[in-house]
Every structure is written in C-alpha cells, then in structure tokens.
Write a protein that binds this ligand. Structure first.
Ligand SMILES: CCCCCCCC/C=C\CCC/C=C/C(=O)SCCNC(=O)CCNC(=O)[C@H](O)C(C)(C)COP(=O)(O)OP(=O)(O)OC[C@H]1O[C@@H](n2cnc3c(N)ncnc32)[C@H](O)[C@@H]1OP(=O)(O)O
Ligand SMILES: Cc1cc2nc3c(=O)[nH]c(=O)nc-3n(C[C@H](O)[C@H](O)[C@H](O)COP(=O)(O)OP(=O)(O)OC[C@H]3O[C@@H](n4cnc5c(N)ncnc54)[C@H](O)[C@@H]3O)c2cc1C
Length: 593
C-alpha cells in the first residue's frame, strides 16, 4: 500500500496492475477488498457513509470482502435466506442464518483475512420483507482479530485453484449491527422503521456488474499470458523433421501449431480492445446511473453479463489449448500455464455463473427483438436485429472488414430471430410464459454467443478504422483482426451458412484465407507476444522466458523440487523396504514348500 503511494499510483487500474505484478502466482488475499469491497462502499453507500468508510478501506484500516453466496443459493439472489431484521427499539439490524442452507459460503478472504464484510441479506422491517440489501458487518475484533461473538467463521477447504484466497463460510446467530450499517444510497430504513425503496431494485446488484466488467479484462490478461508462453515456447522447441533428413523443425512451423495458437493470439488482442470498450461503456452508463439516469442500465447489465460469460469461456478453452500445445512441459507447473488456468476458470462461475449470465443477455435480446419487430428504435449495439435476413453475403477474395462485420451481424440477427420465434411458437402452443422461455433457452444461448462475438469483431474493426496507427502496425493488427473474424466463421460455419448466406465459393475463400493468414502472421508472432511486455516475474514460466533459455530453466526448476532435498525419501524406509523384505521372505517360504 505504502509502496503504491510512494510510486504515485492513484488510479485503481494502475494499483491493480501493480498488485498483480507483486503477487503474480497466487491471487492477492486483498483482491476482493480493493476490487469489490471498497468500490461497493463508494457506489452503494450514502455520501456520509462513503466519507466515513472509504478512507478506512483505502488505508487498510478496515479490510473487507463481499459476502453474498450461501450454501443453498448463489445464482438466485432473491432466494438468499440470511435475514436482517430492523429493531427500532435499539436502532439495530439483527443478522441471522435461519437455516443450514443460509450459511454464507464461498465469500473470498472471509475465513482468515478480513475484519469486515458487505453482507447481502433479506431486509425485514415492520414485519415486511423488502428483498436483498447490503450491510456492512464487522466480523473480527479490530484489536486481536478474534471472531466477533455471535458469528461462526471458517475456511471451506481446498479448491481447484484460487489458493491465495481463503474462501470461507460464515454463520450469523442473532448478530446485531447499527442501523446506519445498511448501505443506504438507493434504499433506506428510517429510525421509525419505514422503508424507502430505491428507483430500481437492481441498483443493489451494481457491485456485480462492476466486477463482471473487470472480469472481461481478466479474460484478456490470462489468455494473453498463456499465449505468450505457448508462442515463445513454440519458437524455441524443435521436434521432428519437417523436411526428411533435415534439422528438427521449430514446432511453430507446423501449420497445425499455427492454427492452434495464432487465432488465440488474435483473440487476445480482440479481448483487450473489447475489455477497453466495455470499460468505457461502463464508465459512461454507471456515471449516468449515479446521476439518477437509469435509462441504459438494462443495456449495461446485458452487455456486462454477455461479455463476461463469452470471454471467460473462450479464454479458458484457449488457455487449455496453449497448455496442450506445449506438450509434456505444458503440464508441469514449470510452464506457468496450469496456475493461470486454475485461477481464471473460476470466473466462469463466480460473479454470475456463465449460463445464467448469458440468459440474462438473451432475455434482453428477446425484448429488443420484439421492439424491433414493432419498428421501435433500438440502442446502436442492438440495431443489427432489424437486419434484412434475405440479403446474401458480398464477401470476396479480400475478405473485407465490411463483409466480415456484415456476416457476423447476419448470423446474430438470424439466430436471435430463430430463438425468439421458437419462444413465440411455444406460447402459441399454449405454454405458460416461463415454460415457453425455458423451452427456447438452448437456442437463446447460441444466439447470445453470436451477439457477443459480433460485438468483439465490430469493436476490433471500429478501433482499427478510427485510431491513428502507423501503417506497419496497422497492417499487422488488420491481419490479426481478419484472422479473428475469419477463424470465427470457419469454426462456426454451420451458423453462418444455415440460411445460405455464404455460397460455396465464399466458403472456399474463407477456408483458404484462414490458412494464408497463418503464414502472414508467422514472421511477427514472437514480436506480437513480446508486445504485451509481460516480465518473466509475472509469467513465472520456464517455457515463456524472454531469453528462451527453456531447458536450462527447466533443469534448475526440477532440481529445486522439494523431493530432491534428500536422495532417499522416508517412504523407502517406511514402506518400500518393508514391502520388499516381506516379499523376499514369502518367496523363501514358497521355495521351501
Ligand atoms: C489475472 C487474474 C485472474 C483472476 C482475477 C481474480 C481477481 C478477483 C476478482 C474476483 C474474485 C471473485 C469474486 C467473486 C464474487 C462473487 O461471486 S459475488 C456473488 C456473485 N453472484 C452473482 O453474480 C449472482 C448471479 N445472479 C444474479 O445476478 C441474479 O440473481 C440474476 C441472475 C440477474 C437474476 O436476478 P433476479 O432474479 O433478481 O432478476 P430477474 O427476475 O432475472 O430479472 C428482473 C429484471 O432485473 C434485471 N436485472 C437483473 N440483474 C440486474 C443488474 N445487475 N442490473 C440491472 N438489471 C438487472 C433483469 O434484466 C430483469 O429486467 P427485465 O425485467 O427488464 O427483463
Ligand atoms: C472461485 C470462486 C470465488 C467465489 N467468490 C465469491 C465471493 O467472494 N463472494 C460470494 O458471495 N460468492 C463467491 N463465489 C460464489 C459464486 O458467486 C457462485 O458460485 C456463483 O454465483 C454461482 O452460483 P451457484 O454456485 O449457486 O451455482 P448454481 O446456480 O447452483 O449453478 C449450478 C447449475 O445450475 C444452472 N442454473 C442455475 N440457475 C439457472 C437458471 N435460472 N437457468 C438455467 N440454468 C441455471 C447453472 O447454469 C449451473 O449449470 C465464488 C465462487 C467461486 C467458484
């Protein structure tokens, strides 16, 4: 903290980059404090509450986390069971875990690290439930860090990853907090217990929207790090003969290796630009919301949900491809890739399970489709829904940006229409609304993925057409953008061709183009990963070292394995030798028989 002050890091982005550089392998146990707890106090507290608590949080005098998920509920927030009941006599809220399933379970750093939590609980006042609200709760003694009376707190045990985060459980037993510990920027409980409701009940969900936006950048960071390691290693690793009798080839010269890695390199650049675009949209709309203009809140929610789900799914699949493209050494922690995967794959679940998030976006698309069919105006990002689906592609040998964006618009518009028509058909068959919805959610998920894919392609093209970039760089970035878009079509050709949008010749053009682009990008592949400028300290990888000294690094890494501290391990004396002695005795016995 002091070091960041010394270095003059003021913006949260700079601070986050510094924290990651300082703790590259394990996630910081203060990630949730800085990334969720403090920003939520700023955005969901009244000005007075923010003035009181935010400085304490920023100076780490108060260390907190976000405690919402319970044993029985994570996705369905309205089903959370923790209660906060207002007691007007004492001006306090009484927090309680009334059932086993209501125990808070998963909140990061709650087990051993934090002394405060933002707790999401069902608010009761004057005998009536007003839904979930956030409460600031002190959970440990500020003098000796002991657990406050009335609370049971512990660690949930080993996980797939996230080893630097002590995810815990927390149980309330009629635990009292002051009335003013309810975050009251949007909703309030007055001294007499009267409830003042917010302009929109979902304003309380604002912290989750913010983190989903951050997670799009995390998807870029993790995928690009894995790509750096795999591409650099592919330049160093020589294996097998490409030319009979010739020297062993750099594995990066195999077309299959290029087809594995170069689209992921292009995806990394696409996700970086998408994350920046998403952040700009979030900054604009969240500031409108803070000024009371909630008009674009549904659009922000839908975009954040969709991109968070789409980018984490693609990033995790891509990181696994990077790992496997490094052969056996990729499976070792020496590569650094298993840790990257283990730390980000949870993002497909936390901050909104990806399928559920995609369905939130799908719900928004369904409503926009109906508005579009009525001729109503639509937000710019959604206007493609009114695309004329009878139009065919004009794609030519050049695979122009315009023809590629048109293809993605057509695909998404067609798939949203298919899902919406199924939903409408279900209703006409007499299904209730919720059944008509549920029985069309599989095509809605596919349509929403196409919607997100369009956003990322269009965003990439827009930035290349708007930003002033020197010609040489623009040329390479254009190759990456074209590869990202063409590869996405080739890999999902059925969705693009189902209505005959492309003809056979155009399909052949696309299949040729994706292979040609691999050759175009090959000379710049290492430079394109070096451009991310990740220091070796951050990558923590013997395979992805900047100096390429892979085998020397692997040898040193292996020698440092704790198993090598002694030549003969105690298991020999405890198990192996007794077993062998027993075997030899039994053999003597059988020989005598
Ligand atoms: C390089 C390093 C890599 C690793 C980096 C790690 C760094 C550390 C970062 C993070 C660590 C992990 C921390 C994790 C924390 C958590 O997981 S906190 C808990 C998160 N939990 C969730 O996200 C729960 C998901 N569920 C929900 O959000 C909601 O339940 C719901 C699915 C949205 C449904 O809500 P609800 O049932 O109340 O609403 P609906 O009936 O579906 O919809 C009603 C209308 O409300 C609109 N709506 C819903 N949510 C929002 C919102 N957030 N904003 C705006 N509007 C919203 C919805 O669209 C409906 O509108 P409509 O009626 O017009 O259609
Ligand atoms: C690494 C990690 C860190 C976490 N950190 C925190 C934290 O700091 N604070 C916190 O409060 N929580 C935290 N969580 C919990 C996390 O927010 C929840 O696990 C997440 O919201 C998913 O909810 P769930 O576990 O109830 O999954 P469920 O919703 O039970 O998912 C199970 C299955 O049900 C499906 N499903 C559920 N609802 C629907 C639906 N409506 N339609 C279709 N399918 C559906 C899902 O798609 C999924 O396939 C963390 C979780 C992880 C893994």
């Amino acid at each position: 903290m002091d070091r960041m002050e010394e270095l003059g890091f003021r913006s949260e982005t700079d601070r986050q980059i510094f924290r990651e550089a300082a703790a590259p392998v394990e996630l910081s146990p203060f990630g949730l404090h800085s990334g969720m707890f403090v920003p939520t106090l700023e955005r969901q507290g009244t000005p007075e509450q923010s003035r009181k608590w935010v400085p304490l949080g920023k100076s780490f005098k108060m260390i907190g986390t976000y405690a919402q998920t319970e044993l029985g509920h994570g996705t369905f927030i309205r089903g959370l069971e923790t209660t906060a009941t207002f007691d007007p006599e004492t001006q306090e809220f009484i927090l309680d875990s009334p059932t086993l399933s209501s125990i808070k379970y998963w909140p990061g750093n709650v087990a051993k690290t934090v002394n405060h939590c933002l707790v999401m609980a069902q608010l009761y006042t004057q005998g009536k439930c007003h839904g979930t609200h956030l409460f600031l709760v002190q959970v440990r003694n500020m003098e000796d860090h002991t657990i406050m009376p009335g609370l049971e707190i512990g660690d949930i045990g080993p996980k797939l990853g996230f080893d630097g985060v002590d995810n815990g459980f927390m149980r309330f037993n009629k635990y009292r907090i002051p009335r003013m510990n309810m975050l009251m920027r949007y909703a309030k409980v007055l001294e007499n217990g009267d409830y003042i409701k917010p302009k929109n009940a979902k304003l309380t969900y604002g912290a989750m929207v913010m983190i989903r936006v951050f997670i799009v950048m995390d998807a870029f960071k993790t995928l690009s790090r894995a790509a750096v390691i795999a591409v650099r290693y592919s330049a160093v690793r020589r294996q097998s003969e490409l030319r009979p009798g010739g020297e062993e080839a750099q594995v990066m010269d195999y077309q299959t290796q290029q087809y594995k890695l170069f689209p992921l390199l292009a995806t990394s650049y696409a996700f970086l630009l998408a994350a920046e675009g998403m952040s700009q949209i979030y900054a604009k709309i969240s500031s409108d919301i803070e000024r009371g203009n909630l008009e674009d809140m549904p659009q922000l929610h839908a975009l954040a949900c969709g991109l968070k789900a789409f980018c984490t799914w693609v990033a995790c699949e891509g990181i696994e491809v990077c790992r496997m493209s490094c052969g056996g050494h990729g499976y070792s922690h020496a590569s650094g890739i298993p840790k990257i995967y283990a730390n980000i794959v949870g993002a497909c679940t936390y901050e909104g399970e990806n399928t559920v998030m995609m369905l939130q976006t799908a719900r928004y698309l369904s409503k926009c489709y109906i508005r579009g069919q009525r001729g109503e105006s639509l937000p710019e990002l959604i206007q493609y829904l009114t695309t004329d689906l009878n139009v065919k592609s004009t794609l030519g040998e050049d695979c122009s940006f315009e023809s590629l964006v048109a293809a993605y618009s057509h695909r998404a518009a067609r798939m949203v229409a298919v899902a919406c028509k199924l939903q409408q058909t279900n209703k006409k068959k007499g299904m209730a609304g919720h059944d008509a919805w549920n029985k069309s959610t599989v095509p809605f998920i596919a349509a929403t993925k196409a919607h997100c894919h369009l956003f990322i392609v269009r965003n990439f093209v827009t930035i290349l057409s708007q930003k002033k970039i020197d010609p040489a760089t623009h040329n390479v970035l254009s190759q990456l953008c074209t590869l990202y878009a063409v590869y996405g079509i080739v890999e999902n050709m059925g969705e693009f061709m189902q209505d005959g949008y492309f003809n056979q010749d155009q399909v052949s053009i696309l299949n040729r183009k994706v292979l040609a682009l691999l050759e175009d990008i090959r000379p710049n592949a290492v430079a394109l990963v070096d451009a991310f400028d990740y220091p070796d300290h951050l990558l923590q990888s013997c395979l992805g070292r900047y100096d390429g000294q892979v085998y020397e690094a692997l040898y040193e890494y292996s020698k440092s394995s704790p198993l090598n501290n002694t030549d003969i391990h105690s298991s020999y004396y405890n198990y192996i030798r007794p077993m062998m002695q027993k075997r030899s005795e039994s053999k003597n016995i059988s020989a005598k028989l």
